[in-house]
Design a protein around this ligand. Structure first.
Ligand code: 6PG
Length: 248
C-alpha cells in the first residue's frame, strides 16, 4: 500500500482481485456498524464485477439487508430500465433480488430537468440523514464508491464545471456531460460525497494510467479533489498504475 497525501493506494493484480478487495472492504465497513448502514454506489463499468460478487452467496449471506440502505452517487437522466441508468445496473445485478425495495434509493429521472431531480434527491438524502447540514461527527454514508473517468471526472463532476465548485448543495443537476453517454446528469457534490467513513475508488485498465498519473500528480481534477472526511482508498489494477508507483 502506498500512502499519498490523504489517500491510500492499494495495487491489485487484475479486475477479479479488484472486485474482491472492494467487496471485502465493503463487508468490513458494514460489519463495523451495528445500526443503519448507508452505501453510496457508483455507475460506470468498473463496479459491475463488485456488484456481481455481492450477489453471490459467499457475500450476500453476510449482508444484513434489513438495515442497509443503497444510494447512488450520480445518475444519467434516462428512465429506469434504460441500460445507461446507473441504479438500474446495480438493481439488475444484485439489489432487486436481495434488498427491500424501500432500502433502494434511486435518483429520480422522471423530472422536467436535472435540477429538479437534484432537488428531489437532496430532499430524500436530508430526510434520511435527519438534518439540513452535514456534521463531520456523523457521516452521511458508511461507504461511497467512486470511479475515475477518462477526463478526470468522478461521479458526474466534470473538470471546470460548476458542480466542482459547489460547497452548499448536496446534489446538483449537470445539463451536459463531457463524455459518453452524452445525456444530462445528476450528481452528488464533493461535500456530500466526502461525508462518509470510507471513499473507495476502483480503477482498472491500462487506458486509465495516463489520467491516474495526472490525478496522483495533484492536478486540479474532480477525482483528485474527491476525498472522504474519513478514509480515502484507491484500489488500482496494476495495469492502471503509473510507472513510478509500481513495485512500491
Ligand atoms: C457514470 C459514473 C462515472 C464513472 C467513471 C468511470 O455515471 O458514468 O458514475 O463517474 O464512475 O466514468 O467509469 P468506468 O468505470 O466505466 O471506467
Amino acid at each position: 500500500m502506498i500512502v499519498q497525501n490523504q489517500r491510500k493506494i492499494v495495487a491489485v493484480a487484475d479486475p477479479a482481485e479488484l472486485a474482491k478487495a472492494a467487496a471485502d472492504r465493503l463487508m468490513a465497513r458494514i460489519a463495523a456498524n451495528d445500526g443503519r448502514v448507508a452505501i453510496c454506489l457508483t455507475g460506470g463499468s468498473s463496479p459491475k464485477q463488485l456488484y456481481a460478487l455481492l450477489a453471490t452467496d459467499a457475500y450476500n449471506k453476510r449482508i444484513p439487508f434489513d438495515r442497509v440502505h443503497w444510494f447512488i452517487g450520480d445518475e444519467r437522466l434516462v428512465p429506469p430500465g434504460d441500460s445507461r441508468n446507473n441504479m438500474t445496473m446495480a438493481r439488475s445485478i444484485f439489489l432487486d433480488r436481495l434488498a427491500p425495495a424501500s432500502h433502494i434509493h434511486p435518483i429520480p429521472t422522471d423530472t422536467a430537468n436535472p435540477g429538479e431531480s437534484a432537488e428531489r434527491y437532496q430532499r430524500e438524502l436530508k430526510l434520511f440523514y435527519g438534518a439540513e447540514r452535514l456534521s463531520p461527527e456523523r457521516p452521511l454514508f458508511d461507504v461511497v464508491l467512486m470511479g475515475l473517468g477518462p477526463d478526470g471526472h468522478t461521479a458526474s463532476i466534470f473538470p471546470d464545471e460548476p458542480a466542482l465548485a459547489e460547497t452548499e448543495r448536496w446534489v446538483v443537476g449537470v445539463p451536459q456531460a463531457n463524455v459518453e453517454p452524452l445525456v444530462p446528469r445528476v450528481t452528488l457534490t464533493l461535500p456530500a460525497l466526502a461525508s462518509c467513513r470510507e471513499m473507495l475508488f476502483e480503477v482498472a485498465g491500462s487506458d486509465k494510467r495516463a489520467i491516474l498519473t495526472r490525478v496522483l500528480e495533484g492536478e486540479n481534477l474532480p477525482a483528485a479533489r474527491a476525498a472522504s472526511i474519513g478514509e480515502t482508498i484507491w484500489l488500482v489494477e496494476a495495469a492502471a498504475l503509473p510507472e513510478n508507483f509500481r513495485g512500491r
